[in-house]
Design a protein around this ligand. Structure first.
Ligand SMILES: NC(=O)c1ccc[n+]([C@@H]2O[C@H](COP(=O)([O-])OP(=O)(O)OC[C@H]3O[C@@H](n4cnc5c(N)ncnc54)[C@H](O)[C@@H]3O)[C@@H](O)[C@H]2O)c1
Length: 352
């Protein structure tokens, strides 16, 4: 059987490196990555080879177009996804997510290739007190005032979703949009060597603070509720989408683990308990403190209180999440602890 050729644009990051590794031995698919760095792929693949193309989608238009032409299915994962960046450099976030991202879409239209695009749970915006899970085809997408730059990530992602849909109708583009809900797993973000070292997501903030013996800082008291999905479950959902092209074409799929909902303040306590029970340095017990969101992230920060996925659609492809919160945290914390020296940004930069 001839393998379908997959190209993952932005495929050297957290999700792309796991997906590439999982598909490396597939009988049905081959996978290549187009990205501006490869450190996480090098770690994930250890000494085994992978098909990496150094492509910057903001400038390498001809190379991107030629690569898209040479593959069957294009995954677009390239993004800047970190809340601190949304308020500190909103223009860079918009440029990559929307303007550079639309080049990937245009290349798929031009060469008539199937697109699997990474949207985000953040497009749903604010829950506005509702307890209804977010649903792909029914929920409204309501964000905050323009002054609050925090919403630039979700609104640019939302606009790209709308453009992809429009191309489906007007250009005949074959596409699937996926909306992950807070993915966690090995290699999620770099390990911080101090409290101001970069802008990783909440798991990496808390884990780095635990390893550095620093306080775990809860933004606005850590009241927000989130669901967390293990990256292995997410990759299996992507494979279900690939294996069901007729059912997934023209559709949006939430991908999350509703059972893994937790308040961020409780996540901090749970991670501190797991750390104390499993790892060295358990005698150093980090404090848990609360910080103001605008102070922590910068002016223009605002959060949504709850983000709960309705996953009925993706379950219709025969997929269901399997990894529950405690196992997810223990697995990711153990990996991060054991690999802490090579997961600092400096160590990863040195691998390039
Ligand atoms: N991880 C999550 O929890 C989550 C949740 C919702 C949505 N998403 C979406 O899923 C996608 C993948 O997420 P991730 O966690 O793997 O992110 P990531 O930041 O680890 O990976 C993004 C990749 O894009 C690459 N990239 C950035 N600029 C580029 C450019 N100019 N040209 C080529 N490549 C470039 C980066 O080098 C990086 O490897 C993103 O679109 C993100 O918005 C992720």
């Amino acid at each position: 059987m001839v393998k379908q050729k997959i190209l993952c644009v932005g495929g050297a990051g957290f999700i792309g490196s796991h997906m590439s590794h999982k598909l490396a031995n597939s009988d049905n698919y081959s996978v290549a990555q187009a990205d501006i760095w490869s450190a996480k792929l090098k770690i994930r693949f250890e000494n085994k080879p992978f098909a990496f193309h150094h492509i910057d989608i903001s400038s390498d238009d001809d190379e991107l177009s030629a690569l898209v032409a040479d593959h069957d299915i294009i995954f677009n994962l390239a993004s800047k996804a970190s809340p601190r960046l949304y308020v500190q450099d909103p223009l860079a976030v918009a440029k990559l997510n929307l303007f550079d991202g639309s080049k990937v879409i245009d290349a798929c239209v031009k060469h008539r290739k199937k697109l699997v695009h990474f949207s985000t749970s953040e497009v749903y915006g604010k829950a506005l007190g509702s307890t209804e899970p977010f649903s792909e085809d029914l929920s409204n997408c309501v964000t905050g005032p323009i002054r609050n730059h925090r919403w630039i990530y979700s609104t640019t992602k939302q606009l790209l979703d709308r453009m992809i849909f429009a191309h489906g109708r007007q250009s005949g583009l074959k596409f699937t949009i996926v909306r992950p809900f807070n993915v966690v797993g090995p290699l999620i973000d770099h390990v911080m060597v101090g409290p101001d070292d970069g802008a990783p997501r909440v798991f990496s903030y808390f884990m780095s603070a635990l390893m550095n013996g620093e306080p775990l800082r809860l933004v606005d008291g850590g009241k927000a509720l989130r669901t967390f999905i293990h990256v292995d479950d997410l990759v299996n959902a992507l494979i279900a989408i690939l294996d069901n092209p007729a059912k997934s074409n023209g559709e949006i799929f939430n991908i999350g683990t509703p059972q893994n909902e937790i308040r961020i303040a409780d996540l901090a306590t749970l991670m501190r308990d797991i750390f104390a029970a499993n790892f060295e340095m358990s005698s150093v017990r980090s404090d848990i403190v609360t910080v103001d969101g605008q102070e922590f992230y910068g002016e223009g920060f605002e959060d949504t209180e709850r983000r709960m996925p309705n996953i009925d659609k993706i379950k219709g492809l025969g997929w269901t999440p399997r990894i529950m919160l405690k196992d997810l945290l223990e697995d990711t914390m153990r990996y991060t602890w054991e690999n802490r020296h090579r997961l600092t940004q400096e160590a990863m930069d040195a691998m390039e």
